[in-house]
Structure formats: C-alpha cells, structure tokens
Design a protein around this ligand. Structure first.
Ligand code: 3UK
Length: 519
C-alpha cells in the first residue's frame, strides 16, 4: 500500500524535496539548447507559479490549459500549475481549434498557457469558447517580439525564486487528461495529487527500476500521460535526467540517444519498428531500457529489436484513465506474446460476459484496480466502465496459468467472421513477420455472407512493389494470404488485402482502426 500525507502538493516531490535531498546541482531537464538543474527548475517553476497567481489572478481549483511541444518551459508550466494549486489540462500539440474548444468547454477552462509556436490556433479556439478568459504565451523570443513583456518568459523574470506551494489535499484534482479519442470525442479523466506520485512509485520502481543516473528520452507528448510520466515525472522522482526534444523522427531519436547518453527510452511500437533498420548506424552503448506502450507489441517487433540492440523490450499497457502503466514485465520476467503481469500495487483480471472472472485461457474483458483509477469528467461512461474501484479498459485480454496477460484486441475491434472470433492484432503479428511488410492493420469489414470479413491494410517496406492503384500486386497478395494460412488457423487469413503508403495514426501512435473500417 502506498502511503502519502493527507495534505500533499505533488509538485514539491519533484522540486523542493529533490533539492533538499541533495539533487540541487544535478541536471533535471535537458533539451537541444537548454540544461536546467533541479535548483534552476525549482526557481523557474516558482516564478511561473507567481505569474499564474499574481499576474493572472488564478485561484486554487482553476483549470489551466497547457499547450506546447515537449520542451523545458512546457514542463515547468505544468509543474507551476500544480504548485499554485491549480488544475493542469495539457493538450496535444496537433489539436485544432475546434477540438480545443470542445476541451475548453467540457473542462470549463478559464486560462491557458501556450507556446508561441501554437498560439494562432489557440486564439481561434478562444473565439469559439469564450469561457476561456485569459491566455499567456511561453517560449517567446526575447528579441523578436514586442509581446515579450506580457509573456510568461517576460513576466517571470521579475518574480522571486522562492514560492511556497499551495497547501492542497492529496485528493484534490490536479490533472484533467483527455484521451486521444481513437474513436469519438475526447473524454476527460481526472487525477489527484497523490495519483501523480503513485504512478512514479509503481511501474518505474518495480519494473523499470529507475535510478538517479538514468537519462530518459522518447517521443510521447507531455500532454499524453505516457509521456508526462515517462519523460518528466519518472525521471524527476528518481533524481534522474529528463531529455525533452521536439519533432523527433526515428533517426533523430537514435542520434539523440547517443548524444545525450540516454539509458531509458519511451515510445510506441511503430516508432521502434521505424528505428530498426537504422539502429546499425548508431552506437546506442548507453541504452539499457526500452519501454513500448500505446499499442500492442507484436512478437516480431520484440524479437527484431532484441536482435538489433540486445535489449529485452519492456512492454506495458497503460491508459489515460489509469494515468500510467499497470501491466508490464521486464528482463527475464518478460514473455514474447504477453504484455506482462499486473505490476505491484495493481490487480488485474479478465471478466467473462456476465462480469465474472474468466478461466485461464479464455478471452474476456480486462478489468484493473489499483492506486490510480478513473474518474471521468462529466461523462456517462463512469457507470459503464468503473465499478467498485475496478476499471474496464475496453481491451480483450486472456490470462495464462502463470498470471501473464495476453492482449487480443480492443473489445470493439474483435472480428466475428462466419461465426469465428478473430483478433486483428494476431493476424498483424503474423504479417509483420513477412519480410516485405513494414506496417499493417487488420480490421473486420461488413460482409453479407460472413457477417464480417478479415481485411488487412499493408504498408510494404518497398512501396513500389505494391503497384498501388487499379492493378495491385496480386501475386504478393496471394503470397501474404498463404503466409497467414500457414501460421495460424486458416479462417483467420485476410480475404482482402489493400496496400497503403501509410496507416492513419493518432498523435500517440495508435492505428485509427475506425477510419479503416469506413468503406
Ligand atoms: C492500448 C495497449 C496493448 C489499450 C497509455 C502507457 O496508451 C495509453 O493510454 P490511452 O488512453 O490508450 C489506452 C489503450 O491503449 N494500449 C496501450 N498500451 C498497450 N494495448 N499493449 C500495450 N502495451 O487498448 C489501452 O486500453 O491513449 C499507455 C502509459 C500511459 C497511457 N496513457
């Protein structure tokens, strides 16, 4: 059982407490052009908190939208919002005004801090959602803009380096995180100050075994709780170093791992696959731990990554609703084809259609319970997805006799074809083993005769082999179909295969299956 004081402001744990514990001069955050120690980060957060309180007049409980790419100022703004007793609502950098306005209205957001690079879209959003009363920019260039004086960067300069955190309750909401919305409208989930510490004291302690000499790097945006935890909160909790980089490509990330001597990398399976062919050009000597989440990790990707780097991938399933990872396994505990076991602190089980625990080896709905869990913001879902502390994640899973959880599909993505249940990701795993296949997604399409048919969308390593257009490469289609039939029960083979240049993905690296199902 994790114990936290009843009065708790989580920002202190990452800042003042770390300074008091002797980390003042240790580098907390690095980026392409900045390097802040724990003491410097604490001072900057203190100054920004005073801008929020003194210049913007915000009071505890106010909700503050945060918007920016992964960089030190974005991180400092999030921590400042917490330190001032306010509620952070980070938003994904690619969101457009319409989507932002939905979030602003739903979360009744009164103020926003936005990086200057994303400010135009923010202004449009404010026009659509007038409940948003004030906005301030950060990452404003001191020389270029006359606005500098009104910006966070300008205003913070005259503030004291000292600021005492607002005395919040451990169970005050400090974060409203919106799901990326693979299907429909974004859903807001609320988290407490103690939840923020709880995620740091679960997965990174028990499974990742984070250490103060670790250097964390990766791609997920800080607006996605995978990135917020993995790239900012975990490193700070352990006195380690967070590297925050923008516009990462697979090649840039590999380069940055060498440049920053990163030990711990967080990204999605598709990004690891894209890095694979480039790995040989880099040393990667510093790299020790690679975490994959956001989507299922196919066995082929796990094996190829291990062959290329010698590292055993740490797969982990997390969810915005749960804040971070709750099932995972590392090192000798990891099993190909399994996400892992419930991490200490969490319980997980598979439920049958009646909501009772399903026997070993039977597919059912995954339920999890632990120190973090979901409180939906103004959403009907609460009663359907959360009961007695158990959260339904919307995933179909199977548990084996050893307690390992095997991902099958999103519950609503299970394909039923001629009476057979087919999990798309199982077929994807097979296709990914074929040497011509770079990426693929398998979905069910409506079919009069069979109810649904299995259809695969395939991105080839060499796209010229697809013969995209009217005359697709039928020989290759047949070869891929036979390849599947030879590996799994033949009824699972994709009756339809379509070649694509790329798959539609969310900003968090998930295939947007609903887009592929629209015919
Ligand atoms: C899927 C996985 C199989 C699964 C997230 C780590 O992805 C995160 O949060 P989201 O709210 O989506 C949650 C859903 O994504 N998923 C995530 N990881 C895995 N499926 N294997 C995995 N390893 O459907 C889950 O219900 O966007 C991931 C940490 C924090 C997060 N928010």
């Amino acid at each position: 059982e994790l114990q936290y004081p009843a009065r708790l402001n989580c920002a202190n744990a990452f800042l003042d407490e770390m300074v008091a514990r002797g980390f003042a001069d240790k580098v907390a955050i690095r980026s392409a052009n900045a390097q802040w120690t724990y003491a410097e980060l604490t001072h900057k957060v203190n100054q920004i908190a005073q801008v929020l309180v003194q210049d913007m007049g915000l009071v505890p409980g106010n909700r503050v939208l945060l918007r920016g790419a992964n960089n030190p100022m974005m991180a400092a703004c999030i921590l400042a919002v917490w330190k001032a007793g306010l509620i952070a609502v980070p938003t994904m950098p690619l969101l457009r005004a319409k989507e932002l306005s939905v979030i602003i209205n739903k979360a009744q957001i009164s103020a926003a801090l936005c990086s200057s690079a994303l400010f135009e879209e923010m202004k449009l959003a404010q026009e659509m959602a007038p409940v948003l009363k004030q906005m301030k920019c950060f990452n404003v260039d001191a020389n270029a803009a006359e606005d500098f004086g009104h910006s966070v960067d300008g205003l913070m300069q005259s503030k004291s380096a000292q600021y005492t955190a607002v005395d919040t309750d451990a169970e005050d909401v400090c974060l409203i995180s919106f799901t990326s919305g693979t299907t429909g409208m974004p859903k807001g989930t609320m988290h407490f100050h103690r939840d923020v510490l709880a995620i740091c004291d679960c997965f990174p302690r028990s499974t990742l075994k984070a250490q103060e000499n670790d250097v964390f790097i990766g791609t997920p945006p800080l607006a996605f709780t995978f990135g917020l935890g993995g790239l900012l909160l975990f490193p700070l909790r352990f006195g380690a170093t967070a590297v925050l980089l923008e516009k990462l490509t697979p090649e840039n990330l590999l380069k940055a791992i060498d440049e920053f001597q990163a030990t711990t990398c967080f990204t999605a399976p598709t990004f690891y696959r894209q890095m694979l062919p480039l790995v040989k050009n880099f040393s990667l000597k510093s790299l020790q731990k690679t975490v994959s989440a956001g989507e299922a990790l196919p066995a082929a990707t796990r094996e190829a990554w291990q062959a290329a780097t010698g590292l055993i991938m740490i797969d982990g399933i997390g969810a915005t609703e749960m804040l971070h990872i709750f099932i995972s396994a590392a090192g000798a505990e990891a099993r190909a084809g399994a996400t892992g076991k419930a991490i200490p602190g969490y319980q997980a089980c598979v439920l049958d259609e009646e909501g009772k625990p399903a026997p070993v080896g039977v597919i059912g709905r995954l339920a999890v319970k632990g120190p973090t869990g979901c409180r939906y913001l103004a959403d009907e879902r609460q009663k359907n997805y959360v009961f007695q502390g158990w959260n339904l994640t919307g995933d179909a899973y199977e548990m084996d006799a050893e307690g390992y959880f095997h991902y099958r599909a999103r519950t609503d993505d299970m394909i039923i074809t001629a009476g057979y249940n087919v999990a798309g990701p199982e077929v994807e795993e097979v296709l990914l083993k074929h040497p011509e296949v770079a990426e693929c997604a398998v979905v069910g399409l409506p079919d009069e005769e069979r109810g649904q048919i299995v259809k695969a969308f395939v991105v080839l390593r060499d796209s010229s082999k697809a013969h995209l257009g009217d005359q697709p490469n039928h020989a290759l289609i047949k070869e891929l179909q036979d390849f599947v039939k030879n590996a799994v029960a033949p009824y699972k083979y994709p009756r339809a295969i379509e070649f694509r240049e790329a798959l539609p993905r969310t900003e968090t690296g998930k295939v947007q299956r609903f887009k592929l199902k629209q015919v």
